[in-house]
Ligand binder design. Structure first.
Ligand code: VGL
Ligand code: ZN
Length: 198
């Protein structure tokens, strides 16, 4: 079976000191680098928002980060400004080995729609193209690591399972935001979708 390692959003803004820091986000970098050695195919994802993105609380009058708003595609959590295209915060963590990656999937470019998943925007219908890239290379098994477990990792893993990939999430190499119990909800959703939680 041809397999790939998918490294989700190991970017400065999700690491300590970043705009949307995930506790311990930087701790997983050495382990991810080591795990790359077991895969011929390594894909990185990169959250890559235009300034003023609609997922930023600052784009909504009277809204604070970590609140929610109703978007045409459903309820959207509002975040601090993060991963603005070309900014230091959007760059990969300096110790992450990026040379081995044969594909870097950017996401979240549409100003009006967020994109947690590496496969679809948050409207759940607009594809990123990653499914085709993987399938056309004969890849059927995916291992996910990265940030954050309960948002971009879980959305990506659930979509991958629904698309028919065999999916593992290596939880020791992920860290969560855990907003109001979101980690437990995400883990239940992944299990329900047939994702193997390692
Ligand atoms: C993420 C919130 C907003 C993530 C990205 O990578 O999990 N979370 N944008
Ligand atoms: Zn984002």
């Amino acid at each position: 079976m041809t397999k790939a390692l998918i490294v989700i959003d190991v970017q400065n803004d999700f690491c300590p000191g970043g705009a949307l820091a995930v506790a311990g986000g930087d701790e997983i970098v050495p382990g991810i680098n080591a795990l790359m050695g077991e895969f011929d195919t390594v894909v990185l994802t990169q959250d890559w928002h235009p300034a003023g993105h609609s997922s930023f609380a600052s784009s909504h009058e009277g809204k604070a980060p970590f609140g929610t708003t109703e978007m045409p595609y459903g309820t959207q959590v509002l975040w601090p400004d993060h991963c603005v295209q070309g900014s230091h915060g959007a760059h990969f963590h300096r110790d992450l080995i990026v040379d081995r990656a044969t594909m870097i999937q950017r996401k979240g470019m549409n100003p009006a729609v967020d994109s947690y998943s590496a496969f679809f925007e948050n409207d759940h219908v607009t594809p990123t193209g990653l499914e085709g890239w993987l399938h056309s290379r004969g890849i059927s098994s995916l291992t996910f690591v990265g940030l954050a477990t309960d948002f971009c990792v879980s959305f990506s893993a659930v979509d991958a399972a629904k698309l028919g990939f065999q999916v593992t999430v290596a939880r020791a190499l992920c860290r969560a935001i855990d907003l109001d119990g979101s980690l437990a909800v995400a883990e239940a959703g992944m299990t329900e979708a047939g994702v193997f939680l390692d």
